[in-house]
Design a protein around this ligand. Sequence first.
Ligand code: HEM
Length: 181
Amino acid sequence: MKGMVFTELLGMAETAIGEESVDAILDELELTNDGAYSAVGNYPCRELMMIVGKISDRTGLPADRLQQMFGHHMLRRFSETYPQFFAGKTSLIDMLEAIESEVHVEVRKLYPDAELPCFATRRIGPSEMVMTYRSARPLEAFCHGLIEACATHFGTPAEVERRDIGNGAERAAEFRIRLSG
Ligand code: HEM
């Protein structure tokens, strides 16, 4: 997993629980470089899960909820750092359909070692779609937050319902997105 994902998670955590608490968490864990992540490096996703677990212990917030909040944070950061991926997208559905075929394709060109999920999208009608997530990493809740934050980005009121359909190491979730505005 790219270092930028780690630095963003730690940045979000510092704002929420303070730098000292974050340092204490990093000290408690056995991490690459003692948790001094470089944005351009690549680190095991397992370490991200360990950090989320510790933040969960400290805050009492479920790990799933933290991942979802992190998805919101990350989408805001992506929109600041990579505005070109949002430019020209006319709607939430347009954007979500472009993640697999366009956005992550460009991400892969920028970062050939990125570990990306697979998405399939299906339109149910003018105001409903299903987006299926598949990954080797357990980031369904992170994905949920990214999709919700995408709706916020486009100013589109939407309900995002998630159903986990993976088994064990093969993670998968179906997101039903209904425009409600
Ligand atoms: C438009 C801006 C976006 C950019 C620049 C972007 C880029 C990235 C990058 C760099 C990673 C990390 C890969 C790694 O750590 O090796 C990632 C992972 C991920 N992205 Fe995107 N992404 C964007 C939007 C989205 C959206 C809107 C979704 C949701 C539908 C999404 C779903 C995911 C998920 C779930 C992962 C975690 C990897 C996994 O679950 O296997 N991304 N993305």
